[in-house]
Structure formats: C-alpha cells, structure tokens
Ligand binder design. Structure first.
Ligand code: ASP
Ligand code: MG
Length: 462
C-alpha cells in the first residue's frame, strides 16, 4: 500500500484533477490510498467568508460562498461525466447549503471561534475529494471518499490539533483496509480530523501533508508520496533564487528543519509519523510525474557537512525581556519560556547571553501582540519594582536557516556565512545552531533577507 497526497495546485482545476486521476491510475497496482488538499485558494476563501460573516456582512458572505460553489460546479462539469456528475453536483449542493447555514449562524452570533473556523475550513477538502471521486469514476477507477472526521482522531486544540495515533490507527484500519482489498481507491480529505466527541478539528495550515503520513503510519504503508507543483524539495525558493535545484535526497531531520524555517513544500510535522514508522516520504511534482523528486528517509546523505538547502521566513520579530542586571534579580528565562509555551508558539530561536536575566525570542510577528501582553502580565510586579527593565518587540526582521546533516561538526561554515553577510552589508540580529547540528539559523533585517539567501546560495551551492 502507498499513500498518494496531492496539494492544492495539483487539484486546482479540472485539468489538474484529470492529470492527478491519470497518476493514481498508473499506480493502481500498488494499492494507493489518496489524500487531498482543497483546491488552491479554497481554504483561504472559506476563512475569509467566516470572518466576513462574523462581521455581519451578509451580502458579501453570499457572494463569497456563491463564487466557491460556482468554481466547484464548473470544475466538475469539465472533468466528470454522467451519471457521476449528477452525484457530485448533488453532494456539492448539500454541503454548500449546510455551509451557508453555518455562515448565517456566525453572522447572527458575530463570532468566529477557532472551533467554528475549523468546521468551515474543513469543507474545502470534502469538496475536492467528492470531485476527485467523480474524476476517478470517469476514468474507470472505482473510488470512494471517507470523511476525515471518521478517521483522524485528534485532541481539541482547534486550529492546530494533534492526532491521537491509537484511535486513528484503529479507525483507519477498519475503514480504509476493506476498500483497498476490494480494489476501491479511498479518497480522503487531508487537514481535518475530529475530537472523541466528533467535533471537527484541523491540523494547522498545510496540514494535509501531515494527514498523509499519519495515515501512512496507521496503515503501515510502504511509502508516502507528497505531490506538489515543484520538482521535489529545492536548494532554495526558486522565486528568490532562480537557479535553485532539486535535491534527490534528504534526511528526516533535514526535511524537518527546512519546513520549520519556512520551506513551504511540506508541513513541519509531516516527517514525525514517518520517523516512527520508518517509511520513506517522496516529494514529487504532479505536473512532471516522471521526475523522481526528493526522497526523505532516516539516512543522512553520505556526504554530511555540506549545506543542502536554505529556507526562510519573512515577517519575523524579536521579543525581548531584559532584567535589571543587578545580582539577585528575578530569573526570567523559565517564566518567559512558560508564557511562550502556554500560547503554543514556536520560537525560531532565542538570543541570550546571561539567559537567566535577559532573553529574546525570534517569533512570527503576528504572534507578538499576544505574547507581549502575557509577558507584561507575568512580570507586572518585577516591572513595577524595576527588576525587569523592558519587555518589547522589534519588527521588520526575517530569519533564514542553512540546513544539512552534520553542519554543526563542520569547521568554517559559520565564518563563511558571516563573511558573506558582511560583504553584502547585512546586519545579523541573532543566530543559533540546532542542537542536532542540522541547521544554522540567522536573523537579518527583512529588507536584506532575499539578498542574503541569494548570496549564500551562491557561496555554498554555486
Ligand atoms: N487546505 C489546507 C490549507 O490550505 C490544508 C492543506 O492544503 O494542506 O492550509
Ligand atoms: Mg501544502
């Protein structure tokens, strides 16, 4: 059995869907289990509709929902033939009618809680799966969709839920295996799951990749293939570095670091189930299906110690807690980290010299207001007494990471990076090495980020 996962652009219109149908058909002898994203842009559009509803803008919500219904209808009419087309359109209408009710409820309540947002966002994947079933039937492949809520059991952390593997494995084996053994291709919505009470959750943006490896692990799949629209994982974002090349191989740790620091090609938690299950994850291109793509396994490349790829994230800030520096002052590190932890935020890295007294975190800028508020609460007494001198934020930064197994044990890399950054005149506002030695990350001014990535790509991967 293999799991084949297709991202938003791979199912973005009728033509792309037909291409995916052909890929699935070509691998039918390997008992494929299919996982899909929503059609490109649909999750964003659903979330915009939800927020618009919560502001009570009925008219606008109606337009947004209508446009989505039309887009799905049009794609179905192009890619699916009768009698399957009738079923698909009926299913669409039933779901869009429910969705309209939910949106109407939000506009009465004037709220869009994480729980409501998850319920709405999950429709994108339901819709793309119904459409793909129609496409496969049109191509003479027997296929059936199963709801993600019936398969992926999660905790109740709406918007960023964690899978509960035991319950998920049982459900996946019970519901998916019988279809596969009857020669039916299961088509499963990525991204969504449900709590034990059956309330819809999502695994976080981009989470369909994670669904694929969760199911791969639950079903003991031989491999999980993640199809997107690039030739696997590249040495850098080709939008910044036009000469970026495809990498034939990455280790799990390298893939994890790259996605953590912002490489969009796979969701950061995707490799975790693969590490547990020890199955390879291949990142492939549905628009270039002959190309082998990138294989991610437990083995680092034989030639460790070289930079494989550079990932980056824009819109980053530092949040700093600075103690008075007087002996016997408060120990801020543990408590500050506690605040970050409670807000379930991942810091890219921390900067500290005497970390008990002063600490600064590098974070997504959008997380800063909530964190500053909670830190000021946490240290209110100390600030009043002057034991904590400041808690503040510095915006306008970007972070990038150079990733490769054993970089940390290789001499001279840091010197070369600083040399390049010095030459292009980019100031370093912080840096760190992953304890595993698999990444070096640097914080620079946002307006120097692209230049820095380009110059370092040229230096390490000419
Ligand atoms: N459709 C979801 C998103 O846009 C999940 C995914 O595509 O992986 O975030
Ligand atoms: Mg994705």
């Amino acid at each position: 059995m293999i799991v084949l996962k297709f991202g938003g652009t791979s199912v973005g219109n009728a033509e792309a869907m037909l291409r995916v149908g052909t890929i699935i058909r070509a691998h039918q002898d390997r008992s494929p289990v299919v996982v899909l994203s929503a059609m490109s842009g649909v999750t964003d559009a659903l979330l915009v509709a939800a927020h618009t509803a919560a502001r009570g803008e009925h008219e606008q919500v109606h337009h947004l929902s209508h446009a989505l219904r039309e887009r799905h209808h049009a794609a179905a009419r192009q890619a699916v033939v009768e009698p399957y087309l009738r079923d698909v359109l009926q299913q669409f209408d039933a779901w869009f009618d429910t969705l309209d009710h939910i949106l109407a409820a939000l506009s009465l309540l004037r709220e869009a809680s994480p729980r409501s947002l998850d319920m709405i966002a999950a429709y994108g994947e339901k819709l793309s799966c119904a459409l793909m079933v129609g496409v496969l039937c049109t191509q003479d492949v027997q296929a059936q969709t199963i709801s993600a809520e019936a398969l992926v059991r999660t905790d109740g952390n709406f918007g960023e839920a964690m899978p509960l593997m035991e319950a998920t494995s049982t459900a996946a084996r019970d519901r998916i295996a019988p279809l596969v053994s009857n020669g039916i291709v299961p088509v499963i919505p990525g991204f969504a799951g449900a709590t034990a009470e059956g309330v819809t959750t999502t695994l976080g943006r981009g989470g369909s990749d994670y669904t694929a490896t969760i199911l791969g692990s639950a079903l003991d799949a031989q491999e999980v293939w993640i199809y997107s629209d690039t030739d696997g994982v590249l040495t850098a974002d080709p939008k910044i570095v036009p000469g970026a090349r495809s990498l034939p191989h990455l280790s799990y740790a390298e893939a994890r670091e790259l996605s953590f620091f912002g490489a969009k090609v796979i969701h950061p938690r995707t490799v975790l189930p693969a590490i547990d299950g020890q199955f390879p994850v291949r990142v492939r291109n549905s628009f270039n299906p002959e190309f082998p793509g990138t294989t991610i396994t437990g083995y680092g490349s034989r030639a460790g110690g070289s930079v494989k790829s550079i990932a980056y994230t824009r819109n980053v800030c530092t949040v700093t807690v600075e103690g008075s520096g007087r002996p016997g002052g408060p120990r801020v590190a543990g408590r500050a980290l506690g605040v970050i932890e409670r807000l379930s935020t991942d810091a890219f890295l921390t900067n500290a010299s005497s970390p008990e007294q002063n600490l600064s975190f590098v974070l997504h800028a959008e997380r800063a207001p909530a964190i500053i508020r909670d830190l000021k609460d946490e240290f209110a007494d100390e600030m009043r007494r002057g034991e904590v001198r400041r808690i503040d934020v510095r915006d306008g930064l970007g972070v990038f990471a150079m990733v490769g197994e054993s970089l940390g044990d290789t001499s001279g890399i840091g010197a070369r990076v600083f040399g390049v950054l010095g030459r292009i005149g980019a100031t370093v506002h912080g840096f760190a090495q992953a304890p595993s030695g698999t990444s070096f990350s640097f914080v620079v001014d946002a307006n120097r980020l692209d230049d820095a990535v380009r110059a370092l790509h040229e230096e390490f991967m000419p």
